[in-house]
Ligand binder design. Structure first.
Ligand code: 2DC
Length: 517
């Protein structure tokens, strides 16, 4: 079985034989219900839900094909292929997972306008089942309805509101400086005035140190040579948690649990490790806070702020802080790795960004918050990275009302997904999509529903501002200190492990800009 799987490991395109089957599947519409044509304002016929092209009749057969294509790792490529086959809208059912998929920004706008007051995305059942199993509360990521809304509104004020950004910047700047010092040290140790390495482990530590310092107002000390083994275990658990989630999108975790499947066991072990470490961090802050009296002199971090605010229950606070901590490691570090990879491939662009950072530094006399307002090209680079290498393959909502997309009627309650990875690479949406061009985000051409790396609207990524500031500050420090180079010109593709990751290690070389220290 393994041998057969590995044959299917790398295909980026779906074999033609399957496409043939896909299209015939669609043309076999004899069993489709007869629909009464309706007419829209533009007097074009609105077609019914059942006329949407795609493979949605036999979920189990589709799951089998999906598995044979190693779809668990290739979801993004399969989506691109499906849009090529079916056009800008298709319906799909893989196992129990049913959806309508769209690719155009204008259609995304229709989708997000129909999300209602309580926007709901796909429920990642593995994550909710774990919490039910261990008797833990859902955080804001997993909550829905009024419970979601009331928690989210309170969290917004402490986590994503522009006002609190000023509190995060000095904390993040310190971590950035420590990262630079660590790289200088590694370069010195190498004795070659450069350091060639797969930076992902270093970036995981940078990301965890950053998000922790914002959440807890305290450093974990991950930029040192010897780090807490529990912190390293936490990092490994997050990767395992994501990896074991993806098969459970298509095969119900309750079933896998019942048959004692290894994925479910590994998944439980991974979350146990994550919660163990988060509980430990949260408990430390809680204890310190009870000892201290009066208002703290410096910003105490998101957790202490929420505890002092006293508007959410401690269990609700713990649940959302744990989600932020777990969600803030692989996501930002992988995005930074992709950005460094793109900068290494584009040395001229790297120099342009460096010049922008130098000018921003001079104009703002080193005030980091001021600097962040003067680096549009660096921000464009991050958007460009998320266009070509989004963390999330798709954005989805259960629509709250009926909508019409591409002249098809889609009833309320349907799960509609925007293929974010596919949109980012579609030449109809982005001119020369294969080129990494941060300046495209500066031009006046429309950006309407095109920059969706953090999602959209009130349900967008809660960690967005932390992630953005953390990544911008990282790039500023790296550009000011090092040149990034890479060995040969090999293109690295993505693999799907719930989030999109580089399919193989990315080796980069860092050289000091100002001679050896
Ligand atoms: C995965 O088909 C593919 O930000 C599925 O920081 C649809 C889907 C649903 C929810 C998405 C998920 C995809 C990718 C990972 C996301 C997740 C929602 C939040 C999560 C996008 C696209 C992520 C990475 C969070 C994770 C926080 C968690 C560890 C507590």
């Amino acid at each position: 079985m393994m041998a057969r799987l590995s044959v299917w490991r790398s295909p980026v395109t779906v074999p033609l034989s399957w496409i043939g089957e896909l299209t015939t599947g669609v043309r076999c519409s004899s069993s489709m219900p007869i629909v009464r044509p309706a007419y829209s304002d533009s007097s074009s016929i609105i077609r019914s839900f059942s006329e949407i092209p795609g493979l949605w009749k036999n979920g189990m057969a589709n799951l089998y094909h999906f598995w044979k294509l190693d779809g668990f790792r290739n979801l993004h490529h399969i989506m691109v292929q499906n849009f090529n086959t079916f056009g800008p809208i298709y319906r799909e059912k893989i196992g129990h997972y049913e959806s309508v998929n769209i690719i155009n920004p204008e259609d995304a706008a229709i989708l997000f306008k129909a999300e209602g007051h309580y926007p709901k995305r796909l429920k990642v059942e593995a994550w909710t089942l774990y919490r039910d199993y261990r008797n833990r509360k859902y955080g804001v990521l997993l909550k829905n309805g009024e419970d979601w809304r009331s928690n989210r509104l309170i969290l917004n004020k402490e986590v994503i509101c522009p006002k609190v950004l000023g509190n995060f910047v000095p904390l993040l700047e310190e971590v950035g400086q420590d990262f630079v010092a660590r790289v200088h040290k590694k370069i010195k140790q190498s004795g070659q005035n450069k350091w060639t390495t797969d930076l992902s482990q270093e970036l995981f530590k940078y990301a965890l140190e950053s998000v922790s310092s914002v959440l807890y107002g305290e450093r974990l000390g991950l930029m040192l040579d010897y780090i807490d083994p529990d912190a390293q275990h936490f990092i490994d658990c997050i990767t395992l948690m994501f990896k074991t989630t993806s098969p459970m999108l298509f095969i119900p975790p309750a079933l896998l649990r019942k048959i004692g499947a290894k994925v479910w066991q590994d998944h439980v072990e991974a979350w146990d490790g994550i919660f163990h470490q988060a509980d430990h961090c949260i408990y430390n802050i809680y204890r310190e806070l009870r000892k201290e009296s009066g208002t703290p002199k410096k910003y105490p971090g998101v957790l202490a702020s929420l505890l002092m605010l006293d508007k959410l229950s401690i269990e609700d606070i713990k649940a959302s802080i744990t989600e932020l901590m777990a969600g803030g490691v692989d996501t930002t570090s992988i995005t930074l790795l992709w950005t460094l990879y793109e900068l290494a491939r584009h040395p001229k662009l790297q120099d342009e960004l460096r010049a922008e950072v130098a000018a921003a530094r001079a104009e703002s006399q080193g005030d980091m918050q001021e600097m962040l307002k003067r680096i549009p090209l660096v921000k464009g680079a991050l958007k460009e990275t998320l266009r070509l290498h989004p963390v999330a393959v798709s954005l989805q909502r259960y629509i709250a009302e009926d909508i019409i997309i591409q002249n098809y009627h889609i009833p309320a309650g349907t799960l509609v997904q925007l293929g974010l990875y596919a949109m980012g690479r579609d030449p109809k949406v982005f001119s020369r999509p294969e080129q990494y061009q941060p300046s495209r985000w500066l031009r006046t051409e429309t950006h309407y529903f095109r920059s969706l790396g953090f999602g959209f609207g009130p349900r967008q990524c809660l960690g967005r501002r932390i992630a953005e500031a953390e990544m911008q500050i990282f790039l500023i420090h790296m550009l000011e200190n090092f040149r990034v180079e890479k060995q040969r010109h090999v293109e690295v593709k993505s693999t799907f492990e719930l989030i999109l990751l580089p399919e193989k290690p990315i080796l980069l070389t860092l050289k000091p800009l100002h001679g050896s220290r």
